[in-house]
Design a protein around this ligand. Structure first.
Ligand code: ATP
Length: 308
């Protein structure tokens, strides 16, 4: 659905993108995560044809964005960071105007408008001027205009920016519903947003992609955690002799059981759990828990940020 290759973009002396490439397949919901100034909006403006890269290419649905800008823009739904709404118009007048601009055939407009209004929960607010809506409802109007023509691809720039916690939950719920029918790429600087909405994340920092992976892959570590019901002698020594183990940290769980973090080799070491399970059976250790250790997205993000 999206193929971005080697995008470079500078604003005068500021290098906003330094060789960004990624591929997003149909049906995916992908978070573009990065701190302020990482280059997220620049990527999104280039994908949507509103900004030209200095070099590199983008194809959307097989069409080159630079040479087929209008066709690509007609295919996709785009919610810019600050959706340009007309505050003096009512919600329905604004959406009708967008339907006309999108050249949706008059006999299809009613169905399209009703679906977008229903999906975004704007039924009760159709006659209100946009200026009188809360920020959360204005964001819904922005989303409604983005989905009016039933695009297969939705690109959302910071869709929950500036919303209160209740509105954030509602907009996320809406995005999840929209993901049933469309491929979605959204940008955010909020880690929990990515965890709440998508399986895959592209982490952008200083104009470069630092990670592009499924959340489970990012969170995985080569370490295992073993918890026993009591404390047989020599567990630590036996664990250290396992191939692929580079160390063992002994601990106690909150409820006082002996626990061991078994440190595997970094960079795709083998999963240690099956071998530890065999050892536990061999030595009759009273097993309470055995699992692969995982990191939070926050830990991964901080590691990537400090590795800069
Ligand atoms: P935020 O989360 O704060 O919106 P972002 O990840 O979307 O940030 P961009 O807006 O793409 O980042 O900006 C990337 C870099 O390019 C930043 O250093 C920013 O200051 C710079 N930049 C963006 N637009 C312009 C512009 N029009 N002129 C000059 N510099 C710009």
């Amino acid at each position: 659905m999206i193929d971005a290759k080697d995008l470079f973009k500078s604003y005068g002396p500021v290098k906003a993108l330094c060789g960004v490439s990624f591929h997003i397949a149909e049906g995916e919901i992908v978070g573009l995560l990065g701190p302020n100034g990482a280059g997220k909006t620049t990527v999104i403006k280039i994908l949507t044809g509103f900004l030209q890269p200095d070099s590199g290419s983008v194809q959307i649905g097989g069409l080159d964005v630079l040479t087929h800008t209008r066709e690509v823009q007609a295919q996709l739904g785009y919610l810019p960071e600050n959706a340009p709404l007309y505050p003096e118009l009512s919600v329905q007048a604004y959406l009708k105007m967008i339907a006309d601009l999108r050249q949706i055939a008059p006999d299809e407009q009613l169905a399209g408008l009703s679906e977008a209004i229903y999906a975004t929960g704007l039924q009760e607010h159709l006659t209100r001027p946009i200026a009188q809506l809360s920020k959360g409802f204005r964001q819904r109007v922005g989303l409604a205009q983005a989905i009016l023509h039933k695009p297969k691809l939705l690109i959302l720039d910071e869709p929950t920016l500036g919303l209160d916690p209740t509105q954030i939950v509602e907009v996320r719920r809406l995005i999840r519903r929209l993901a049933e029918q469309s491929t979605i790429l959204f940008s955010t600087h909020i880690l929990s947003e990515v965890e709440a909405l998508c399986d895959r994340v592209i982490i952008l920092m200083n104009g470069e992609i630092r990670a592009d992976a499924h959340l489970s892959e990012l969170a995985a570590t080569p370490d295992a955690v073993l918890v026993l019901a009591d404390d047989p002698a020599g567990v630590d020594r036996v664990l250290r002799q396992l191939p692929g183990v580079k160390g063992v940290i002994t601990m106690r769980t909150m409820d006082g059981f002996p626990a061991y973090r078994v440190l595997g080799q970094p960079s795709n070491g083998p999963d240690l759990c099956p071998a530890i399970y065999d050892l536990a059976r061999q030595h009759n250790w009273p097993l309470r828990e055995l699992r692969r250790d995982v990191r939070t997205l926050e830990t991964v993000f901080n590691e990537l940020a400090t590795a800069a």
